[in-house]
Design a protein. Structure first.
Length: 84
């Protein structure tokens, strides 16, 4: 892949420099790690959100009220079990 040029704001540049210094790396090598890890997370987040939206569209989701009722029943059952 060809090299890319990226302009960072002064604030981001300082953050990368500080992080690189703490990690004992150059800012350039640190930025490669930051971009890679950020891409990994973004890919995961987008995939997870899209899967969640697909579940909702397919009717594979529960309303907040359903979840509250289910947990209320579980709390009551546990309380009754402890009392017995």
């Amino acid at each position: 892949m060809p090299a890319a040029s990226l302009t960072l704001s002064a604030q981001l540049s300082r953050r990368v420099q500080k992080l690189a210094q703490a990690a004992g790396r150059t800012p350039e090598s640190m930025l490669r790690f930051v971009i890679r890890d950020g891409l990994d997370y973004c890919e995961y987040a987008v995939k997870s959100v899209n899967e969640g939206l697909a579940d909702i569209e397919a009717g594979r989701a529960h309303s907040a009220q359903d979840v509250r009722e289910r947990f209320a029943k579980r709390r009551t059952a546990r309380r009754d079990k402890k009392a017995a």
